[in-house]
Design a protein around this ligand. Structure first.
Ligand code: GLA
Length: 393
């Protein structure tokens, strides 16, 4: 009899633990894909999504790992139907979402959708509040694999509680879905969202600039977002990632160097790599950035450690990311407004544990001596040098 209180406590704990238990085993490396929002905003459509999938299958993106194709805001009709179900806009999505999901699956992609935890989405479409379980069943019936849940029009709702309800609803619907929380870091999701979802936005929205915002006044340049993620590295890991927002690589507002550096840093952060450009019509050098295997392997490293800022000097920052098998990635950024000669003395990197390392220049795809050799180069404004260090002898 003495064991009874213990058993009751366990049962109560188990009941608590059963709440907000996301599907495990998903997003063991940061999710990769494409999303309609950054370039197309309210102009998402079935034809755009199909053409994008076709382009990504043909241009190497799918095979490089970009498998989640996500339809963001503005896909729905402005009203739910008589049963309270969301309805896809029949003009934008004439074949319906189930058929579109089937098409994506048939081409080797996974299907992502967007909803909002408030009464309406940021674009003014029906939100999920009060409809969580019904909506999760609908998404599951459409074959959705990834679900982004936004935070507009939430009124006085409590953040952690609201996202837990949606997580429970996804769980109850029974289809394993990657759950992407998009509450802009307002409730410090890194402190509570690990059991709830697989990734969480840490910041407000990205815009296509280095550090001067975007086309909307609430947007930030990627360097601003990078700075806001300093210190959050300990909260990321396999199945639970900090999300500094989607990529602007290839979008107007960034130089080629800034696109390359933006991509390098999202990989250093172990960030989700969700492309946001028009991949049907991109320049070969943008495609080369997005599909660079060496850089992507830093993001997708199985250890799942987020990189950290090691050192800030005038016009220069050094970042490091621990990789599996005692390897490291080291990234040096020219924060100045002009090209500059940057030097990196790897003997000064106090986090290194081994005596010898072989070094690769990742963007050049070439060996670059050892960690005992000097490393220096002329680096464009807002561009990087990116190295991979592997224990050697
Ligand atoms: C918010 C999100 C964006 C995008 C828009 C859609 O601003 O943070 O990523 O989903 O809403 O309206």
């Amino acid at each position: 009899m003495k064991r009874l209180p213990y058993l009751v406590a366990c049962a109560a704990l188990a009941a608590c633990a059963a709440k907000a238990e996301k599907f495990e085993g998903l997003a063991l490396t940061p999710p990769m894909g494409w999303n309609t929002w950054n370039t197309f905003a309210e102009n998402c459509s079935e034809s755009l999504v199909r053409e994008t999938a076709d382009a990504m299958a043909a241009n190497g993106m799918r095979d490089a790992g970009y498998v989640y194709i996500v339809i963001d805001d503005c896909w729905a009709k402005k009203e739910r139907d008589a049963d309270g179900n969301l309805v896809a806009d029949p003009v934008k999505f004439p074949s319906g979402m189930k058929a579109l999901g089937d098409y994506l699956h048939s081409k080797g992609f996974k299907f992502g959708m967007y909803g909002c935890a408030g009464k309406t989405t940021c674009g003014g479409y029906p939100g999920g509040r009060g409809h969580e379980f019904q909506d999760a069943r609908l998404y599951a019936s459409w074959g959705v694999d990834y679900f982004k849940y936004d935070w507009c029009d939430h009124g006085t709702a409590n953040g952690p509680e609201t996202y837990r309800i949606m997580s429970d609803a996804i769980r109850a619907a029974g289809r394993p879905i990657v759950f992407s929380l998009c509450e802009w870091g307002q409730n410090q999701p890194w402190l509570w969202a690990e059991p709830v979802g697989h990734l969480w936005r840490t910041t407000g929205d990205i815009g296509a600039s280095y550090a001067t915002g975007g086309k909307n006044k609430w947007e930030h340049g990627w360097k601003n977002l990078l700075d806001m993620n300093v210190g959050l590295e300990k909260y990321a890991g396999p199945g639970h990632w900090n999300d500094p927002d989607m990529l602007e690589v290839g979008n107007k507002g960034l130089t080629l160097a800034e696109s390359r550096a933006h991509f390098s840093f999202w990989c250093m952060l172990a960030a989700p790599l969700i492309a946001g450009n028009d991949v049907r019509h991109m320049a070969p050098e943008i495609r080369a950035i997005l599909t660079n295997k060496g850089v992507i392997s830093i993001d997708q490293d199985p250890l799942g450690h987020q990189g950290f800022r090691y050192r800030v000097d005038k016009d220069k920052e050094i970042w490091a990311k621990e990789l599996a098998n005692k390897e490291w990635a080291v990234c040096v950024l020219n924060t100045g407004d002009a090209p500059a000669k940057l030097a990196l003395d790897m003997r000064e990197l106090t986090f290194l544990t081994e005596q010898y390392y072989d070094v690769t220049d990742v963007w050049a795809g070439k060996p670059a001596g050892t960690a005992l050799d000097p490393h220096a180069g002329i680096v464009d404004s807002h561009d990087v040098m990116l190295f991979r260090l592997k224990p050697g002898s």
